[in-house]
Design a protein around this ligand. Structure first.
Ligand code: GLC
Length: 478
């Protein structure tokens, strides 16, 4: 009997050993597959989101996420990803959301015409707006892979650009010194058709001609303008009237030469975005830590603004809905269409534990964010929710990554681990897609998407312990 038990025990230990080994080698294969995606999309000095005409350019927050993955196996290539982003920085500090591939006569370059603004660089063509400030996070994560002296020199080489970017954010985008920066286009949020922005757009900025085109059901006539629906189903993308409205809003900014003073006169479409400002808070913490490590002083004006932002986030909390919302800049009206933005203050890390707990409850709630394959970009009980329509429902790996990080910061380690595992499993089942149905994990959007691959590498390589270690790194060692 005892011998029987012993055999049984041995077998089960062996089984566990074998299954752990096969899991490890399975993960290794998965990491290799992710690396293949990144090398497929590698354009030399930068990585495109996919290797197709759908996304040929370099995007700001994409490259930051990509560098965070690359750092695990090719730190030099990761640095190149960041340096290539800095090529696009404007003389006033602005980091554009896109550095455009193509010559002066190409379509995208002509849509933007960055040269209408004197601050745009002469040797590269860019957009005229920004994207969530993930740059500081990427710089710090790369720094974690370096020895202390190398880290210092990496920080020194990137600090001036980072500082200029943060100063620009406050100088141009916080004109009333409120501590919250404003955005002028949905593309700046990175969550292009997120409901609060689309709702505002439809209310205030939808040009009459687009309404007419929509009413007369003539939108298909404009399909030729849409690069994104050539290889991906239109059901996965924003609607054509919404896409036309976004282009029309971009035109308006171009007519004003991307000059914020001119833009701010007579516009009703400026929003203090919850996701952007949450990411900014975290980025400011990184900037402050970097400055400390290299013995650089932050300008006093900037330090004051940084402190203000941390406090001002509280104004975006709605006690009735127990959610954070973005806010209209002029009227201070909260935009109460629910979205994943409500969870981003977890990543900021400056809200109280009680608030964080309330957000975690909405993640657990099956009527809101607690789906089979979390976390949906819009809660499932909202009228905007559509499981496959871009930022109006699908689960994205980059927002999960931000939330996992935030959950850990608040000590919700089990929640963080569960989300990390479900994110990895979701992608493992179907591949490195752009986004996924939160209901059944089916893939949507573009296949072989760079940030999905890069962040899966990071989630697999980076255990909770490492993140704790890295937090200490950014704070204290020099
Ligand atoms: C879409 C996404 C944006 C991303 C870009 C490139 O515009 O909404 O977040 O940066 O594609 O992947």
């Amino acid at each position: 009997m005892a011998a029987g038990l012993a055999i049984c025990y041995q077998l089960s230990v062996n089984d566990i050993y074998l299954s752990v080994m096969s899991m490890t080698s399975e993960n290794q294969d998965f990491i290799e597959a992710a690396k293949t995606v990144l090398s497929m999309n590698d354009k030399g000095a930068y990585t495109a989101p996919v290797n197709s005409s759908m996304y040929p350019h370099q995007w700001l927050w994409d490259s930051c996420f990509i560098a965070i993955g690359l750092r695990h196996y090719d730190i030099d290539r990761a640095k190149t990803e960041i340096f290539s982003l800095l090529r696009g920085q404007w003389a006033n500090g602005m980091m554009p959301n896109m550095i455009l591939a193509g010559s002066k006569t190409s379509n995208s370059v002509n849509i933007w015409r960055s040269w209408v603004n004197p601050n745009a660089p002469d040797d590269v063509f860019t957009s005229g707006i920004t994207q969530p400030p993930m740059l500081a996070e990427a710089i710090v994560r790369l720094g974690e892979e370096l020895s202390k002296p190398e880290r210092r020199s990496w920080y020194k080489s990137t600090f001036p650009a980072l500082l200029a970017y943060h100063e620009w954010l406050y100088n141009e985008r916080d004109p009333h010194n409120e501590g919250l920066v404003l955005l002028v286009h949905p593309w700046e949020t990175g969550l292009d058709n997120t409901p609060p922005w689309m709702h505002e757009l439809q209310d205030h900025q939808m040009p009459l001609w687009i309404k007419v085109v929509d009413t007369l059901r003539l939108t298909t006539a404009f399909n030729f303008l849409r690069n994104d629906t050539k290889s991906v189903s239109p059901k996965d993308r924003m609607t054509t009237p919404d896409a036309l409205a976004l282009y029309s809003a971009q035109r308006r900014l171009r007519r004003k030469n991307y000059d914020i003073k001119r833009i701010l006169t007579r516009t009703q479409f400026t929003i203090e975005d919850i996701t952007f400002n949450s990411i900014l808070i975290r980025a400011n913490q990184h900037l402050t830590n970097i400055a400390e490590l290299i013995n650089a002083e932050l300008p006093e004006k900037l330090t004051t603004s940084i402190q203000k932002t941390e406090k001002a986030l509280d104004q975006l909390w709605d006690p009735y809905a127990s959610q954070y919302f973005s806010r209209e800049f002029v009227s201070h009206r909260l935009l109460k269409q629910p979205s994943i933005g409500t969870l981003m203050p977890l990543y900021a890390g400056t809200i109280t534990k009680e608030r964080a707990q309330q957000l975690v409850q909405s993640i657990e709630n099956e009527q809101m964010f607690g789906t089979h394959f979390p976390i949906p970009s819009v809660p499932v009980n909202d009228q905007y929710f559509d499981y496959r329509r871009y930022w109006q429902g699908p689960t994205w790996v980059n927002t999960n990554w931000l939330i996992i990080d935030g959950l850990r910061r608040y000590g919700f380690d089990d929640h963080a681990e569960a989300l990390r595992e479900s994110t990895i499993d979701m992608v493992k089942q179907v591949g490195f897609y752009e986004y996924f149905s939160p209901l059944d994990g089916k893939p949507y959007g573009a296949p072989n998407f760079s940030w999905t691959a890069a962040l899966i590498i990071d989630l697999l390589e980076n255990t909770s312990k490492q993140t704790t270690k890295s937090r200490k790194n950014t704070r204290s060692d020099s």
